[in-house]
Design a protein around this ligand. Structure first.
Ligand code: NAD
Length: 247
């Protein structure tokens, strides 16, 4: 059987960078995304991948995916697909709230549940992608931040319950990265504020998040489970006044 990683939200951004690192490590990658057109184009340029047009928030779509790849040895599942929708509480309609929850939180639940039999068989690892917004509240993130806090706790639930089957489950909390998702919601003011508030004084790169994800999936992290790893240039460690203290 072919050692395989399943990566959701793989058509671009952090998911695509993670796909490329798994390929470098010699794994086959099932690339999952609901943007079938972008996925098809990018998959065409890569070897040793299987693209799957799948909406992780849709139970039937997820069940079809799991059945389609049942013959593969799934050693890693990266629940990375996500969407950001920033808005004030009073303007966050129930539809906007549900859309964020459906992909960011329901998707992680559904995918991990559907792949648990395969992960048990391979004693595989799961990495869920949350955010620094899971750990620290900010304005305009009532849906996004809450969905990501849910992902962080869901990770612990999964790690505790699935540990006896040899499945490790960890969570990566990225700081800001200049992807399509982030640039759609980061105004210039937000970009400047992040530069000031991050000890390393810059945005991260997709590949820097991917390195942490692939390490957590690897045997090098064989005794690590139930953890949240912030890959954020030190953002979580700071309090107020960093920019003022520097100058
Ligand atoms: P991105 O927009 O570049 O990529 C996200 C991918 O997920 C896209 O290809 C999109 O089509 C796919 N997707 C969205 N909804 C889906 C669904 N229901 N089913 C299947 N695929 C779906 O964004 P990114 O920045 O690479 O984000 C990846 C993850 O990292 C997300 O979970 C995001 O919340 C998280 N994150 C990103 C940042 C950042 O600054 N970029 C910071 C913290 C956390």
């Amino acid at each position: 059987m072919v050692k395989t990683a399943v990566v959701t939200g793989a058509a671009r951004g952090i998911g695509l960078a993670t796909t490329k690192l798994f390929l470098d490590a010699g794994l086959h990658v099932v690339m999952v995304d609901n943007d079938g057109a972008e996925l098809a184009v990018v998959a065409e340029s890569l070897e040793n991948v299987t693209p799957h047009d799948c909406d992780v928030s849709d139970p039937a779509s997820v069940a079809r995916l799991a059945a389609d790849v049942a013959e593969l040895e799934i050693v890693a599942l990266v629940n990375n697909a996500g969407l950001a929708d920033f808005g004030p509480i009073e303007e966050t309609t129930y539809e906007r709230w549900r859309a964020v929850m459906a992909t960011n939180l329901d998707g992680v639940f559904l995918m991990t549940q559907a792949f648990t039999p395969a992960l048990k068989a391979a004693k595989g690892a799961v990495v869920n992608i949350a955010s620094i917004s899971a750990l620290r509240a900010s304005t305009l993130r009532v849906a996004y931040g809450t969905s990501k806090a849910g992902v962080a706790h869901l990770t612990q639930q999964q790690a505790v319950e699935l540990g006896e089957h040899g499945i490790r489950v960890n969570c990566v909390c990225p700081g800001p990265v200049r992807t399509k998702l982030a640039m759609a919601v980061h105004t210039q003011d937000i970009i400047d504020a992040y530069h000031d508030a991050i000890p390393l004084n810059r945005y991260g790169q997709e590949s820097e998040i991917a390195e942490a994800i692939v390490w957590l999936c690897s045997d090098k992290a064989s005794f690590v489970t139930g953890q949240r790893l912030s890959v954020d240039g030190g953002f979580e460690a700071t309090g107020i006044g960093l920019a003022a203290l520097r100058s």
